[in-house]
Design a protein around this ligand. Structure first.
Ligand code: ZN
Length: 194
């Protein structure tokens, strides 16, 4: 049997390939190439190989073992496609953890990351609705800026209803091409729901 190190290496490589394809499809070439490179740093790679399980993130295994995941803290601290990176604080308002709105290109990389992870963990059971289902499960407890949450849900909902091609075309045109149009559309959407 292959060593855990080799299998961990394969998991990272497969994940990076999936995210790269998604990022390239919407024109995010640099982010597509650099996605998750920190997983090759010793702080993340050694922990990932040690706690490799195959069916879930090794960070969860490390967390159970040590009480927290050092690999995850390292990862989200330097990777802007994670909403956890965008947690600031506000001294004036007395708020200890204050989520900041994510710039569109990192929000989009997060969408690609979630699609790739859903494909990997769901295998044959994956469908266009899987990333939305996963998001909705965590939605009540995640500390993400409300607007970013709305934008993410909107895109995942679009993916569930219309598929990748239509969603990626929308992202290219409205999310990355012209942020104002995206905000305008979300605004109208939220307004229409009231
Ligand atoms: Zn990541």
């Amino acid at each position: 049997m292959e060593s855990k190190t080799l299998r961990h290496l394969k998991t990272i490589t497969t994940h990076r390939k999936l995210v790269r394809e998604g990022c390239f499809a919407v024109g995010l070439y640099r982010q597509g190439l650099l996605h998750d490179l920190s997983k090759f740093s010793p702080q993340e790679f050694l922990v990932g190989a040690k706690y490799y399980q195959g069916y879930r993130s090794p960070n969860n295994a490390e967390r159970e073992d040590r009480g927290y995941s050092s690999a995850w803290l390292h990862h989200k601290g330097i990777n802007k496609h994670h909403y956890e990176y965008w947690i600031d604080y506000s001294a004036s308002e007395g708020i200890g953890a204050r989520p900041v709105k994510m710039p569109p290109r990192y929000l989009v990389e997060m969408v690609m990351d979630r699609i790739a992870a859903s494909k990997t963990y769901n295998g044959d059971k994956y469908n266009n609705g899987s990333p939305l289902a996963y998001f909705l499960k965590g939605k009540p407890i995640i500390t993400m800026h409300e607007e970013s949450k709305r934008e993410l849900e909107f895109l995942l909902h679009k993916l569930a209803m219309e598929g990748e091609e239509a969603t990626f075309a929308y992202i290219r045109r409205y999310v990355l091409g012209n942020d104002g149009a995206f905000k305008g559309l979300i605004g109208r959407l939220v307004h229409a729901k009231r």
